[in-house]
Ligand binder design. Structure first.
Ligand SMILES: [Zn+2]
Length: 208
């Protein structure tokens, strides 16, 4: 089932998520729905609070896609060893090294992209969908997406991690004018007979 994704400035995106303590069919069904929603929106990661569920849980599939901005050659050796899609529950970064930057986007802040600094390499303790304890060591895009999604569990968005001036500019723009994508959709609904030449909008950028 595809779930509705909350968009900034929805206050529910600012809440802190809770540890998942009971594993079973509810958790498995929700993980399935999260993955389905992520794929439906062409995202590469999605956290439970983005659909209004305050669980410490996220899903990721950032493997290279055809015509995507991230190609198979870009995958690091560590990334290639890890099966995706990943369901990550109760994650905790236990070690990290180095710094990296990436032009990040977010399904909860659609159509905005900004460069964010993250740890380059991380070691993560987490539980899988059955509650089994796991350790994951990675770098590359996967490490970046994990850190982006973990921020959601704390009520933090990528637009909080950029300069104060840029952050305020984006936040005010959204609060005043909404999202450009939404306006375009509304325009399309009004002008049903208009040619759809602009359909292939910027699909190359990955949204998390
Ligand atoms: Zn996000």
């Amino acid at each position: 089932m595809v779930l509705e994704i909350l968009k900034y400035p929805d206050p529910r995106l600012r809440e802190k998520s809770q540890t998942v303590t009971e594993f079973g069919p509810d958790v498995e069904k929700f993980a399935k729905d999260l993955i389905e929603t992520m794929y439906a929106e062409s995202g590469i990661g999605l956290a439970a609070p983005q659909v209004g569920k305050l669980w410490n849980m996220l899903v990721i599939d950032c493997r290279p896609k055809e015509n995507g901005r991230y190609s198979i050659e870009d995958m690091t050796e560590l990334e290639q060893e890890i099966d995706q899609p990943l369901v990550i529950i109760n994650p905790k970064i236990v070690a990290h090294k180095g710094k990296t930057t990436f032009d990040e986007g977010c399904l909860s802040v659609p159509s905005f992209f900004e460069t964010v600094e993250r740890h380059d390499y991380i070691e993560l303790e987490y539980q899988d969908v059955k509650g089994n304890k796991k350790i994951l060591k990675t770098d590359g895009l996967l490490a970046i997406v994990i850190q982006h999604e973990m921020d959601h569990l704390d009520g933090t968005l990528f637009i909080d991690r950029i300069s104060f001036v840029k952050s305020n500019k984006i936040k005010n723009q959204i609060k005043k004018g909404g999202y450009p994508e939404k306006k375009r959709r509304e325009a399309e609904l009004v002008e049903v007979d208009a040619p759809k030449a602009e359909k292939k909008a910027d699909k190359k950028r990955s949204r998390e």
